[in-house]
Ligand binder design. Structure first.
Ligand SMILES: *Cc1c(COP(=O)(O)O)cnc(C)c1O
Length: 374
C-alpha cells in the first residue's frame, strides 16, 4: 500500500490484534508524559548509495541493536517533538508538521545525517495518525506527542558519518503539563556550564545537547530550582534559553506590552512555539521583537517594574511562566511571581488554535486522514 506523492513508497503492516477499547481508555485516563506509546511506529531506512528505502508502518516493538552500532558511541542522532490534537469538531490535527519537517532537515544537516524529504516526514505522520488515531486523547490539554527521530545505524567504531541510518516515528499520548493549573517555575542561572557555543550544535535538536545539560539541571535542582537558564558561553551574560524551551520577556502592560525574545544567534534552538507566539503576539496587537537581554537587565527590569512578565515556551508546555530567579549573585522575583496576563492570553490563543476552538488563520493545522465525526 503506498500513498501520497512522496517518492518513497510506504507499506502498512498494522498489528492483527488491537488493544481493546476499554484497555486503551484505561491507559489514556492518566497518560503522564512519554510513558505510554501507541500500537504502531513508522520506520524508514537510509543507506549511502541507495538513499531512503523500506518505509513501513509496523507494530510498536523494541529494537535490536548490535553493541557496535555507531549512535551508541558517537551520538549521531537528531529528533523532533510535535503534537496532534483532537479537534473541537471531531477529527485530529497535527500542529505545524511542515515547520518541524524543515527543522528536522536542518538538524540532520548539522549532524551530517541525510535529510529526510519533508513529504516523507509528513506521510509518516499521516500514516501513524490514521492507524492510531484512537490514541489521541480527548481530554482538555491532553494530546498525542509525536516523536520522529533518526540515528546512525552503521555497525562501526570508526568515527565517520554513518552510511546506514534509521528514521523512526513513535507516538506517546500525553496528559496536561499543568494538571493543577499553570504554575510558574523558579529558575537557576547557570554560570558554570554552557549549553551551546558559537559553531556548535545548539541550533540542532540533538540528544547530545540534552545529555550535556543534565548536570546543570541537577545543580539547579540542588539550588531548589525547577529549571536551568542558559547564558551565552562567552561572557555568561546574555540570556539564551531555559532547559529545553525558549524564553520571552514582556515589558510594560496591557495594550502597551512589548514582547522580546532572544534572537536566534546560532546557539539557540529555533522553537516553533516561539515562532508561533511571535506571530500571535503581533496578531493580538503587541509590539514584538527579537533582541537580547543580559542578566543585569533582567534583574534591574524586575526591580524598576519595567519588566513585567517572563515566560518559557515549547511544544510540551506551550507557555511556562517564570516566577523567580536564583543565581550565585542573588535572587529576585518577576513581579509578584504569579502567571502574567500577557503570558496567559498568548497561551490561550495558541491552545485554542491547536484545538480547533479558534480560526486557524495561519494554516498551522494539518488535518489527519481519520474517520470524521469521532
Ligand atoms: C525543542 C526545543 C525548544 C522548543 O522548540 P519547540 O519547537 O517550540 O518545541 C527550545 N529549546 C530547545 C533546546 C529545544 O530542544
Amino acid at each position: 500500500m503506498s500513498s501520497r506523492t512522496s517518492a518513497i513508497k510506504f507499506y502498512a503492516n498494522p498489528a492483527t490484534r488491537r488493544v481493546p477499547a476499554a484497555e486503551r481508555e484505561r491507559r489514556l485516563a492518566d497518560p503522564g508524559f512519554g510513558r505510554i506509546f501507541t500500537e504502531h511506529m513508522v520506520r524508514i531506512g537510509w543507506a549511502a548509495g541507495r538513499g531512503w528505502h523500506d518505509a513501513e508502518l509496523s507494530p510498536y516493538a523494541p529494537l535490536t541493536l548490535d553493541p557496535g552500532t555507531s549512535v551508541l558511541h558517537y551520538a549521531q542522532a537528531v529528533f523532533e517533538g510535535l503534537k496532534a490534537f483532537r479537534q473541537a469538531s471531531g477529527g485530529v490535527a497535527a500542529f505545524r508538521p511542515q515547520a518541524h519537517a524543515a527543522r528536522f532537515r536542518s538538524s540532520a544537516r548539522r549532524l551530517a545525517l541525510p535529510e529526510l524529504p519533508e513529504e516523507a516526514f509528513l506521510e509518516a505522520i499521516d500514516l501513524l495518525l490514521e492507524t492510531d488515531h484512537e490514541w489521541v486523547p480527548a481530554a482538555p490539554e491532553h494530546s498525542l506527542y509525536l516523536r520522529p527521530f533518526m540515528f546512525a545505524g552503521e555497525v562501526s567504531l570508526s568515527v565517520h558519518p554513518s552510511e546506514e541510518v534509521t528514521f523512526l516515528l513513535i507516538a506517546s499520548p500525553s496528559g496536561s503539563y499543568f494538571p493543577r493549573g499553570v504554575k510558574p517555575v523558579t529558575v537557576w542561572l547557570s554560570e558554570d556550564f554552557s549549553r551551546a557555543a558559537p559553531g556548535g550544535t545548539g541550533a540542532a535538536k540533538t540528544g547530545g545537547n540534552y545529555a550535556g545539560g543534565l548536570l546543570a539541571q541537577a545543580q539547579a535542582a540542588e539550588k531548589g530550582c525547577d529549571q536551568v537558564v542558559w547564558l551565552d558561553s562567552r561572557e555568561h551574560r546574555w540570556v539564551e534559553e531555559m532547559g529545553g524551551m525558549n524564553l520571552c520577556f514582556v515589558f510594560g502592560e496591557g495594550r502597551q506590552a512589548r514582547l522580546m525574545t532572544p534572537a536566534l544567534t546560532g546557539t539557540l534552538l529555533p522553537g516553533i512555539t516561539r515562532d508561533s507566539l511571535l506571530t500571535l503576539g503581533r496578531d493580538l496587537g503587541y509590539a514584538v521583537e527579537e533582541g537580547r537581554i543580559s542578566v543585569d537587565e533582567w534583574r534591574s527590569g524586575c526591580e524598576d517594574g519595567s519588566l513585567t512578565e517572563v515566560f518559557a515556551c515549547g511544544t510540551a508546555a506551550v507557555i511556562t511562566p517564570v516566577g523567580a530567579v536564583k543565581s550565585a549573585r542573588g535572587s529576585w522575583t518577576v513581579r509578584d511571581g504569579g502567571p502574567g496576563e500577557v503570558s496567559m492570553r498568548l497561551r490561550q490563543a495558541l491552545v485554542d488554535i491547536q484545538r480547533g476552538a479558534a480560526p486557524d488563520e495561519h494554516g498551522w493545522l494539518h488535518h489527519a486522514r481519520v474517520p470524521s465525526g469521532r
